[in-house]
Ligand binder design. Structure first.
Ligand code: AHG
Ligand code: MN
Ligand code: MN
Length: 338
């Protein structure tokens, strides 16, 4: 008997953690796992010509060619609408929510917000990309889901996770009881538990930020970057700079090795770039569950009031000691700026 534990087995085992669970939530996670495998198959074929090209082109078979982010979006929508667990979806690729209004979703309890393909500008260069998802219990009582169902704080998430399509494909998720990582074994087509109970190191020696925008950063961020570059044996500085440009991949690396990922406000993007609902909240939930921190430089990401579907926020996320250090610089130079 093999010792391998698959995602499916793990989910069923964990259902006992939720005494009132009737299995819908387990099915929802399983559906996400299925969509992830389909997207993984296409991401792995991305170098093959016919999946590339802009939406609207046709390939040699005369079929419509789709960009991978559009393809990934369709796969996740399809997987999450057939199951009957979800009454509405919110995606980076759709301006409005996607209302799931079919017979089996009448009594659906959950809504899911997701970024179908994160870091998609990297795809044609064979650099890691990801999918991010966040699950909430609906706040409306019945019928099709509404926009209001998504206007919840990150603290209300019942689950969050990401899939990283990298040198191997991994699914990492939390339901608020720690973080577990599964690696896809392509030979059996299953996600297998490979990283049980992930804990982020308290500190680290990596900072991840698009330093090309240095001149546009707030003073606190500029000073923090300079601090990272100073020599100090006791705190292992200077730190290394690592920036992939796929938030999933940057956060995943720092989750395993320690470090901080920052996407601050810039003079070009005064509210930051990343989105609260389907990028920052889910990653914040995972990193907090692993023992790290996620803030906007001043306050906790998961306590941000969500007022719009595609709301943005600056984010500082990773090892608690480094995030706190960055917050000190933010506080100091915010006061100085007044
Ligand atoms: P997406 O591909 O979903 O639009 O997200 C890209 C995001 C994020 O993954 C990454 O960290 C960031 O954009 C990179 O932005 P810059 O090129 O401005 O650094
Ligand atoms: Mn993204
Ligand atoms: Mn995206």
């Amino acid at each position: 008997m093999s010792k391998v534990k698959t995602l499916g087995q793990f989910i069923i085992e964990k259902q006992a953690d939720f005494p009132y669970a009737k299995g819908e939530f387990s099915r929802l996670l399983r559906d996400i796992g299925i969509a992830a495998k389909i997207v993984n198959r296409e991401v792995n074929k991305a170098g093959l010509a016919d999946i590339l090209g802009e939406t609207g082109d046709s390939n040699v078979q005369g079929e419509q060619v789709k960009k991978l982010d559009v393809f990934a979006n369709e796969q996740f929508i399809a997987a999450l609408t057939v199951g009957g667990e979800v009454c509405a979806l919110a995606s980076e690729e759709n301006e409005e929510i996607i209302v799931v209004d079919n017979e089996q979703s009448k009594n659906a309890k959950y809504v899911v917000a997701f970024d179908p393909l994160d870091g998609s500008s990297n795809i044609d260069a064979n650099v890691s990309v990801g999918t991010i998802f966040s699950v909430y219990r609906r706040t409306s009582l019945s019928g099709p889901g509404t926009l209001e169902d998504f206007m919840q704080r990150g603290t209300e998430q019942v689950a969050a996770g990401y899939i990283i399509y990298g040198s191997s494909t991994m699914l990492v998720y939390t339901t608020g009881k720690g973080v577990n990582g599964f690696t896809l074994d392509p030979s059996i087509g299953e996600f297998c538990l490979s990283h049980p109970n992930i804990k982020i190191p308290k500190s680290g020696k990596t900072y991840s930020i698009n330093e090309g925008y240095y001149v546009h950063f707030p003073d606190g961020v500029k000073k923090f970057i300079k601090w990272c570059q100073e020599e100090d044996k006791a705190s292992n500085r200077p730190y290394s700079s690592r920036y992939i440009g796929s938030a999933v991949a940057d956060v995943h690396r720092n989750l395993l090795y320690g470090g901080v990922f920052i996407y601050p406000t810039t003079s070009q993007a005064p509210k930051g770039k990343l989105r609260v609902l389907y990028e920052c909240n889910p990653m914040a939930f995972i990193v907090e569950q692993a023992g790290g921190k996620a803030t906007d430089g001043f306050k906790r990401i998961m306590e941000i009031d969500t007022k719009a579907l595609h709301q943005r926020t600056p984010i500082f996320i990773g090892s608690s000691e480094i995030v706190e250090r960055a917050e000190e610089f933010m506080a100091k130079y915010a006061i100085a700026a007044r």
